[in-house]
Design a binder for this molecule. Structure first.
Ligand code: SF4
Ligand code: SF4
Length: 441
């Protein structure tokens, strides 16, 4: 069978995109540091944007680490587990960067870190048995808020045949995937192979940055007999987006507004793979997030493993953030969101905490017609025409198609010398018009 790595010489890039400043030198070589649990955890009970999970324990109860706190709100939502043992003081509300105020369980850790009894999976456990246990694993697939179980069910019913593990981080600062692959490479390849079997995929591809040549060589050595294909790709932004990964790796295209599953592909992040790996090895649900903590305003940047529900202020304190923090961002600098409140806590959706000394203060001026936004757009649309929709009450079928083709990479805003918030305007127009019309094909 022809391997994907063999195709790469002729099909290794997409049109548009940009090589962004790296900003990873301060964190790339530092090992993942586990932060001790604080005196109180505010564990968010809302994993998806549209619904909260229902608590299954009562206030004042004692809980063990890994004990179920709230069940999935829907078939697709992941459940919520206690990050450590302690007393469940009360239910309350807490601020999260991605969903604003959500319901939470206030947990007072007892310092014992006693865990509920769980059962690890032996390496010989049948794929069917792992599949049956997966709904209660509590593993979530990144920003979608959908559980890994739900994503695999969708992939199977759509007869998806390829699993892609996304080990690329093409936004500045981010180093979580790199550190996970450097420190847990053997486990990652083993878990990728198992997940490929559990999902019934014909191919499993691990995409990594071609810049880390030694890591690529090492992963290829580890994967030699596993059937996992390790494919190095350029760091051009936004190569890490699933749509572009699928295009570059498999030469498959997705219709506007479609998902990876539509192209017969399941794409999951390295962090999700790490959670699956840990669950297989220990039986424990994931109750921490691995975060890049960086930015000009922190003296001790690094990659920190933090219990879910930890205040972001505590994470910044650990990273020795200065008093001059002007802006805190959850996620990458192009696709992340500003952390609007100082009492926000770490949720399952956070991948990075960036403390910046200067907040971006765009002062837009009229378009100078440089064409950079059009040239760099990775999906070939013209942002300058779409921003005209802001003041209109209707749009054409072509414009709606273009709105839905946008992958929200933020590159047009980033390159615009007139500092026009193009990506934000497109997202607003898409939200406004999408509900009014069927997307043309
Ligand atoms: S945000 Fe949308 S329009 Fe702007 S560059 Fe990215 S894909 Fe193109
Ligand atoms: S990048 Fe900005 S200034 Fe240049 S064409 Fe696009 S909108 Fe106009």
């Amino acid at each position: 069978m022809r391997r994907i790595a063999d195709w790469m010489s002729w099909n290794q890039a997409f049109d548009g995109g940009l090589y962004l400043p790296d900003e990873r030198a301060r964190t790339a070589r530092l090992p993942i540091e586990r932060m001790a649990v604080g005196e109180t955890l505010w564990v968010p009970l809302q994993v998806r944007g549209d619904e909260a999970c229902e608590p299954v324990v009562t206030a004042s109860a004692s809980v063990l680490g890994g004990q179920l706190l709230a069940g999935g709100g829907s078939v697709g939502s992941a459940a919520v587990y206690a990050p450590t043992s302690g007393r469940l003081a009360r239910f309350d509300r807490v601020w999260t960067a991605w969903h604003g105020f959500v319901r939470c369980a206030v947990l007072e850790p007892d310092g014992r870190d006693a865990w509920a009894e769980v059962r690890p999976f032996a390496s010989a456990t049948a794929a069917e048995e792992v599949r049956e246990a997966l709904p209660s694993a509590g593993i979530m697939c990144d920003r979608s808020g959908r559980s890994l179980h739900a994503v695999l069910v969708s992939a199977r019913s759509a007869r998806a045949d390829v699993l892609i593990i996304n080990g690329l981080e093409t936004e500045p600062y981010l180093t979580v995937a790199l550190r996970l692959l450097v420190e847990r490479g053997v486990e990652a390849v083993g878990a990728a192979r198992r997940l490929g079997e559990v999902g019934g995929f014909r191919r499993t591809v691990l995409a990594v940055s071609q810049r880390h040549r030694r890591l690529v060589r090492r992963l290829r050595d580890i994967a030699r007999t596993s059937g996992v294909e390790v494919v190095p790709l350029p760091d051009k932004y936004p190569q890490c987006h699933p749509l572009l990964l699928i295009h570059v790796l498999l030469d498959r295209r997705i219709a506007a507004g479609g998902s990876a599953i539509d192209a017969g592909v399941c794409v999951i992040s390295t962090a999700t793979l790490a959670a699956f790996s840990q669950w297989m090895a220990t039986g424990r649900p994931p109750v921490t997030r691995v975060l890049t903590v960086a930015g000009g305003a922190v003296a001790r940047p690094g990659t920190y493993e933090v219990a879910i529900g930890t205040p972001i202020a505590r994470v910044l304190e650990r990273a020795e953030a200065s008093d001059g923090v002007e802006c805190v961002v959850s996620g990458g600098p192009l696709t992340g969101v500003a952390v609007a409140r100082s009492d926000a806590v770490v949720s399952v959706l956070d991948t990075a905490v960036l403390a910046l000394e200067a907040a971006p203060r765009p002062g837009p001026v009229p378009c100078v017609r440089c064409g950079w936004c059009i040239e760099d757009c990775p999906v070939g649309i013209d942002p300058t025409s779409l921003v005209q929709l802001e003041g209109r009450s209707a749009c054409s079928a072509e414009e709606l198609l273009a709105l839905r083709s946008c992958i929200d990479c933020g590159l047009c805003t980033y390159v615009c010398p007139a500092e026009l918030p193009l990506a934000e305007s497109i997202a607003r127009s898409r939200a406004r018009f999408s509900s009014r019309a069927e997307v043309p094909t």
